[in-house]
Design a protein around this ligand. Structure first.
Ligand SMILES: Cc1cc2nc3c(=O)[nH]c(=O)nc-3n(C[C@H](O)[C@H](O)[C@H](O)COP(=O)(O)OP(=O)(O)OC[C@H]3O[C@@H](n4cnc5c(N)ncnc54)[C@H](O)[C@@H]3O)c2cc1C
Length: 470
């Protein structure tokens, strides 16, 4: 170990004798604390509940699932299913407990939410290396630290983060527009062009006639919406107004807003369409396109139905659907490296929804990677980057890509993967991507000497012998 890193390790020991501080005992923080402990590192885990709760949490347990009890697909056919498998191979506590507390849910991995949080809480309490402190932390400690305080980070800590990163690099509201896989867009209808030909043919445009537009507006108005929770009630600011709110204000509002057709000529008719839905390239490989200005609170099934009525999107494959909710997250492309370290402060790691990943599994997975790297950092080893061909590697690569502008949170999806040779499509292609990812994560974990199999500590999670703690 380099001498300076040894010195740093020495000075990293807090007044309480811990080497790493983890802020937030949610999905990411619990996984991170446990991963550090199994590598023999002492952890001080700060969780502010029950002293201070968030608007969504109901209990004082660690790793509480705040909404659905589903961890989404269990199948390798979905990227989130692959992510789960990668986590299992890296010895994830979250996955071990999820598998143990599984309830029937078809092809999804759903869990008994109480048992899940209870077992994670108990597993953490049973580990000598972890001290759980039930306090809100409002300052970032000077030593090695993982910040995993989640989408509902307390206001005082958010303020500290703003000071650290710069005001403009911390967001509080999430207005997500759907993302579509490029291969599912009907290019015989959709045309590439920028308004008035300015800036090259950068956008894909789905043209609509007057009748198609009005039918679309009616469908948007009639669609079922996700109820607004009390804490989400806000005056929408222009940049994140949902399309249904615009449609409610007037039948033509959308045609003068995100769907305005000015400066666009449909090459099929030689005329300006009545309205257009614009799609913007979302990744360098041009395999993903986002719907410009299409944030919405329509339910997921309704979004699929309504958006597939748009000309050219009949067969659209959505890799992410739209949403709108309170969400604290950093502008990761500007602040975070692909090792999950702050660029300006390498002893500070971030994980969970705060880094702009979306979902329980994604949050826990980044906690796992942050812990691997925090442990390496403390031991004077270089921090590691996951192969881009793995699900977690592709996701972390996406959020930390410095080329990315207008950053919005992202969940695991096959559209983020580098292309693979071959002519397969659909399920067969996804199977090949999954095979490659699992092969690559295995060889990566060997090369980076990441222990792939959980240590005997995993045994402590099992069974009724573990009493509920905290
Ligand atoms: C309302 C809502 C519903 C969601 N529903 C789903 C869903 O159904 N499915 C899905 O996959 N994802 C969902 N998500 C997204 C996301 O997956 C979850 O929020 C997930 O819990 C994020 O994990 P995390 O570890 O980043 O944060 P959390 O699990 O929220 O953990 C953060 C922890 O930090 C604590 N904390 C905050 N500030 C401090 C502080 N200053 N000091 C000490 N502790 C602090 C909090 O109390 C909390 O326990 C939802 C998000 C929200 C906000």
């Amino acid at each position: 170990m380099q001498q300076d890193r040894l010195d740093e390790r020495q000075s990293a020991v807090s007044a309480h004798g811990e080497l790493v501080t983890v802020i937030g005992g949610g999905l990411a923080g619990s996984e991170a604390a446990w991963q550090l402990a199994r590598r023999g590192i002492r952890v001080r885990l700060y969780e502010m509940r029950p002293q201070r709760s968030t608007e969504a949490h109901k209990s004082d347990r660690l790793a509480e699932l705040v909404c659905s009890n589903s961890l989404r697909s269990a199948s390798l056919d979905a990227a989130v299913g692959l992510l789960k498998e990668e986590m299992r191979r890296l010895g994830s506590l979250t996955m071990r407990v999820a598998d143990e507390t599984r309830v029937p849910a078809g092809s999804a991995l759903a869990v008994d939410r109480d048992l899940f949080a209870q077992r994670i809480t108990a597993a953490i309490a049973a580990v000598d290396e972890i001290t759980v402190v039930r306090e809100e932390l409002t300052e970032i400690p000077s030593g090695v630290c993982i910040i995993a305080s989640g989408p509902l980070t307390s206001p005082a800590l958010s303020w500290t983060l703003q000071q650290l990163l710069g005001q403009q690099y911390l967001y509080f509201y999430d207005a997500i527009a759907p993302i579509i896989s490029a291969s599912s867009i009907d290019r015989s209808i959709v045309f590439a062009a920028s308004r008035y030909g300015k800036g090259g043919d950068d956008y894909l445009n789905c043209p609509m006639t007057r009748d198609e537009y009005h039918a679309f507006v009616d469908a948007v108005l009639a669609a079922e919406k996700v109820p607004t929770r009390d804490f989400e009630r806000c005056v929408y600011f222009e940049g994140c107004m949902p399309i249904e709110e615009m449609a409610r204000r007037g039948r033509e509002t959308l045609a003068f807003g995100p769907m305005k057709p000015v400066g666009l000529i449909d090459p099929r008719t030689g005329e300006r369409p009545f309205a257009v839905v614009q799609l913007r390239q979302d990744n360098q490989a041009a395999t993903l396109y986002s719907m410009v200005g299409f944030q919405t609170k329509m339910t997921y099934p309704e979004q699929r139905k309504v958006f597939r009525s748009i000309p050219g999107l009949q067969g659209a494959e959505f890799v992410r659907l739209g949403s709108l909710h309170r969400n604290t997250f950093i502008d990761s492309p500007r602040s975070l490296s692909s090792t999950l370290q702050l660029r300006s402060r390498p002893q500070t790691f971030l994980a969970g929804q705060l880094v702009g990943v979306e979902g329980y599994v994604e949050s826990a997975a980044t906690g796992l990677l942050a812990a691997i790297n925090a442990s390496r950092y403390l031991n004077g080893l270089p921090c590691v980057v996951l192969p881009a061909t793995t699900c977690l590697g592709s996701l972390v690569g996406y959020i930390s890509d410095p080329q990315r502008r207008d950053f919005q949170p992202m969940n695991a999806n096959y559209g983020l993967f580098p292309p693979i040779d071959g002519r397969e499509r659909g399920r067969e292609k996804r199977q090949r991507l999954a095979d490659r990812a699992l092969r690559d994560i295995e060889s990566w974990s060997v090369a980076a000497t990441i222990e792939p199999i959980a240590a005997p500590m995993l045994g402590q999670v099992d069974g009724a012998a573990v009493s509920e703690a905290n």
